[in-house]
Design a protein around this ligand. Structure first.
Ligand SMILES: [Zn+2]
Length: 419
């Protein structure tokens, strides 16, 4: 099998990849910035650009009813399973050029690199239409469609009052075709290449990282209700200050996470009422975000912090309540695919790390249906969701070489399995 082009063509391929990311960055709703939400007009340009590339590679491309761009290289073997490669094409406002897009573009480059080989599986590239949750406040519309669970999202509305159903129609697609977006036949697995979006690989001096798991997450809304009163006339001993109570919780959340390996805890939003310099805060609503790769650790942290907040509040005669908004279990990545990624890296002598993903990704959704794996590239400066987001050409090179060897090993594994 001739799946591995010599190094020279890999570096050519990685320059093509970075050039394609730069070209796609021009398809935006906000001139001068990168901003591309679910089925917004610039998504058509992205589809046209990538479809042109797919045509050159001889792939068959369609846009499913959820707006996912899907290009297939059919296996010559009848009844062969499908291996999926992809990531998302939408962005946050004022985004960088690589979050999501890089993984889709890399997938085209990889499929181009392995095209000569007689593969015992079909390859399908998916450019997911929606992952960030920006337009409708709910993420993963694209990947949910592949699992057949996007129908329940059709009535969500965006800020302009447009529904998901309406957005699909406005793009020229038919929401009643959504069942056709669901994956059919046997799925061999899913691999997503993505920038790390954090500082871990860079701090470790590594360009690449195999993701061991995507962390679980709890998100809660917390309410502290005391009594607003005059800041000048109310003695310290007679106050019921809601913000002072909330501050204790905030400090304990940070301290607890610092003493619990792998736990991250964030209070990212705080609303203080009435919010005046001369009035004691009467009520506070704040967010609490907890993430850990082990669900038990995350749940124990949540129980500890809620008990702590309740105790602090009651000492201050402040009422305390908590509303859970989200509880996602951790998603381990598939051990078999991870082994192949490590093996590919070892055979090529590519240094790499293993790390957990602190952010959610489409791989988390696909993992409900098939073995899923992720490979991260270092994020220079740890930057993402920022216009200065970057990728080093050497890392892109290494990922492409690793990806090509991975497909080769997967093909060998499948051929042996069938034999
Ligand atoms: Zn992303």
């Amino acid at each position: 099998m001739t799946t591995l082009p010599p190094d020279t063509s890999v570096s050519e391929l990685s320059r093509t990849v970075l050039g394609a990311c730069a070209a796609i960055a021009n398809f935006t709703s906000t001139p001068g910035q990168i901003h591309r939400t679910f089925l917004s007009p610039p998504m058509r340009d992205v589809h046209a650009f990538l479809t042109g590339w797919a045509d050159e590679l001889g792939l068959v491309t369609r846009i499913d009813a959820a707006g996912n761009l899907r290009s297939r290289l059919e296996s010559a073997l009848p009844g062969a399973p499908t291996f999926y490669l992809g990531s998302h094409l939408d962005t946050v406002p004022n985004a960088g050029a690589y979050d999501g897009v890089l993984g889709v573009v890399m997938a085209y480059a990889l499929v181009g690199g392995v095209q000569q080989a007689p593969l015992p599986f079909s390859l399908e590239i998916v450019g997911f239409s929606e992952e960030e949750g920006v337009r409708f406040g709910v993420p993963f519309i694209g990947s949910r469609a592949l699992l057949g669970t996007a129908q329940e999202l059709l009535d969500l509305t965006d800020r302009e009052g447009q529904t998901v159903r309406g957005a699909v129609q406005a793009f020229g697609l038919d929401p009643t075709d959504l069942p056709g977006a669901e994956i059919q036949g046997r799925s061999l697995g899913y691999l997503e290449l993505h920038i790390e979006q954090g500082p871990v690989l860079e701090a470790a001096g590594q360009g690449l990282g195999v993701v061991s798991a995507i962390v679980g997450q709890s998100r809660l809304s917390l309410d502290f209700v005391g009594r607003a009163s005059h800041a000048g006339t109310t003695p310290m001993t007679l106050r019921r200050d809601a913000l002072a109570a909330a501050a204790h919780l905030l400090v304990e959340a940070e301290a607890h996470a610092r003493r619990t390996p792998g736990l991250v805890a964030t209070v990212g939003s705080l609303k203080v009422a009435p919010g005046a310099a001369n009035v004691i805060p009467g009520s506070v609503t704040c967010s609490l975000d907890l993430r850990h790769v082990e669900d038990e650790v995350r749940q124990a942290a949540q129980a500890h912090l809620l008990a702590y907040a309740a105790e602090v509040a009651s000492q201050r005669q402040v009422a305390f309540g908590a509303e859970p908004l989200l509880s996602e279990s951790a998603t381990p990545m598939d051990p078999g695919l991870r082994t192949l990624l490590h093996q590919a890296a070892a055979e090529l002598g590519l240094p790499h790390a293993e790390l957990v993903s602190g952010a959610g990704h489409d791989a988390m959704i696909l993992a409900r249906r098939m073995p899923a794996a992720m490979l991260f590239l270092r994020s220079p400066g740890g930057l993402s969701h920022h216009p200065d987001e970057a990728v080093l050409e050497g890392d892109a090179d290494a990922v492409l070489r690793l990806g090509l060897r991975f497909v080769e090993l997967l093909a060998r594994r499948e051929a042996t399995r069938d034999a």
